[in-house]
Design a protein around this ligand. Structure first.
Ligand SMILES: [Zn+2]
Ligand SMILES: [Zn+2]
Length: 64
Protein backbone atom coordinates (compact mmCIF):
# COMPACT_ATOMS: atom_id res chain seq x y z
CA UNK A 1 0.00 0.00 0.00
CA UNK A 2 1.13 3.56 -0.54
CA UNK A 3 2.27 5.71 2.35
CA UNK A 4 -0.79 7.93 1.93
CA UNK A 5 -3.13 4.95 2.25
CA UNK A 6 -1.11 3.87 5.29
CA UNK A 7 -1.50 7.40 6.63
CA UNK A 8 -5.29 7.40 6.19
CA UNK A 9 -5.63 3.86 7.53
CA UNK A 10 -3.66 4.92 10.59
CA UNK A 11 -6.32 7.53 11.38
CA UNK A 12 -8.85 4.68 11.56
CA UNK A 13 -6.60 3.27 14.28
CA UNK A 14 -6.75 6.56 16.21
CA UNK A 15 -3.37 7.91 15.10
CA UNK A 16 -3.41 11.73 15.21
CA UNK A 17 -2.41 14.09 12.41
CA UNK A 18 1.38 14.39 12.55
CA UNK A 19 1.68 17.88 11.12
CA UNK A 20 2.96 19.20 7.80
CA UNK A 21 6.65 20.05 8.16
CA UNK A 22 9.31 17.47 9.02
CA UNK A 23 10.52 19.45 12.06
CA UNK A 24 7.03 19.24 13.61
CA UNK A 25 7.19 15.48 14.13
CA UNK A 26 9.79 12.69 14.31
CA UNK A 27 10.15 10.53 11.16
CA UNK A 28 6.68 9.09 10.79
CA UNK A 29 4.05 8.30 8.14
CA UNK A 30 1.56 10.54 9.99
CA UNK A 31 3.59 13.63 9.05
CA UNK A 32 2.97 15.00 5.56
CA UNK A 33 6.59 15.95 4.88
CA UNK A 34 8.01 12.59 5.97
CA UNK A 35 5.32 10.55 4.18
CA UNK A 36 4.81 12.46 0.92
CA UNK A 37 8.26 13.97 0.35
CA UNK A 38 10.50 11.32 1.92
CA UNK A 39 8.36 8.22 1.37
CA UNK A 40 8.60 7.26 5.04
CA UNK A 41 6.43 4.21 5.75
CA UNK A 42 7.16 3.77 9.45
CA UNK A 43 5.52 5.23 12.54
CA UNK A 44 7.33 7.17 15.24
CA UNK A 45 7.28 5.54 18.66
CA UNK A 46 4.23 7.43 19.92
CA UNK A 47 2.09 6.85 16.79
CA UNK A 48 3.11 3.18 16.64
CA UNK A 49 2.00 2.75 20.25
CA UNK A 50 -1.40 4.30 19.46
CA UNK A 51 -1.92 2.11 16.37
CA UNK A 52 -0.74 -1.03 18.16
CA UNK A 53 -3.05 -0.35 21.11
CA UNK A 54 -6.04 0.00 18.77
CA UNK A 55 -5.15 -3.17 16.83
CA UNK A 56 -4.71 -5.12 20.05
CA UNK A 57 -8.07 -3.83 21.28
CA UNK A 58 -9.82 -4.90 18.06
CA UNK A 59 -8.23 -8.34 18.16
CA UNK A 60 -9.49 -8.82 21.72
CA UNK A 61 -13.02 -7.90 20.64
CA UNK A 62 -12.87 -10.40 17.78
CA UNK A 63 -11.71 -13.25 20.00
CA UNK A 64 -14.31 -12.71 22.74
ZN1 LIG B 1 -4.11 12.70 8.06
ZN1 LIG C 1 4.18 9.93 14.62
Amino acid sequence: MTVLVQHETSHLFNAPEGGYWCYEHPECVMNYCWAALHGTDIWCNSCREIVNEKIRGNLMVYTL
